[in-house]
Design a protein around this ligand. Structure first.
Ligand SMILES: CC(C)(COP(=O)(O)OP(=O)(O)OC[C@H]1O[C@@H](n2cnc3c(N)ncnc32)[C@H](O)[C@@H]1OP(=O)(O)O)[C@@H](O)C(=O)NCCC(=O)NCCS
Length: 139
């Protein structure tokens, strides 16, 4: 998927955060350790450094939301990250992002920190962010 398509898809996801430009996706994709999972209507991007990974973005376009795409996308990227040696996956989510929090909780991510007035919504207003983490090691 091209950075342009990623930016377009991001803009059709009704995200409550700022939409990234194609050049931002392009720069991100060029970083070492970046892992992607693409499907026709969405994508996920993560980065692994040694045994730790971070989820940087997960998006499904609005017309395909609530059909399980992001859940599958996240499960697939978890597998790829494990294969690269990641033992835990950390992410940050705005506390108002109920759909995303539903997925993360369902997939066994645990809240490890709260960052008050940390991230900005699409209107520039500060929001509280939750930091969540999942142990990727097999039981
Ligand atoms: C968050 C996002 C990626 C979810 O994508 P999706 O493909 O719709 O996700 P899924 O269909 O796999 O799962 C969505 C879950 O949220 C639930 N959900 C949807 N809206 C909800 C709400 N307002 N409150 C609580 N749960 C909600 C759905 O019921 C579903 O749970 P279920 O499978 O237990 O029924 C998508 O909404 C999106 O692209 N949002 C904008 C970008 C974003 O905020 N990304 C996350 C931070 S980077």
């Amino acid at each position: 998927m091209t950075p342009e398509k990623m930016s377009k898809l991001h803009s059709t996801s009704e995200a409550n955060h700022r939409i990234w430009h194609a050049h931002e996706f392009s720069e991100l994709l060029s970083l070492p350790g970046v892992i992607t999972e693409f499907h026709a209507h969405g994508f996920a991007i993560a980065r692994v450094v040694d045994t730790e990974a971070e989820l940087l973005m997960i998006v499904t376009e609005t017309i395909k939301q609530n059909t399980g795409l992001a859940t599958n996308c996240l499960l697939n990227i978890e597998k790829k990250l494990s294969q690269k040696g990641a033992q835990k996956l950390t992410l940050e989510v705005s506390e108002s992002n109920s759909a995303a929090i539903t997925i993360y909780t369902k997939l066994n991510y645990k809240k490890i920190a709260i960052r008050k007035s940390y991230s900005r919504d699409k209107n520039g207003k500060f929001e509280t962010a939750l930091v969540m983490q999942k142990d990727l090691r097999p039981n």
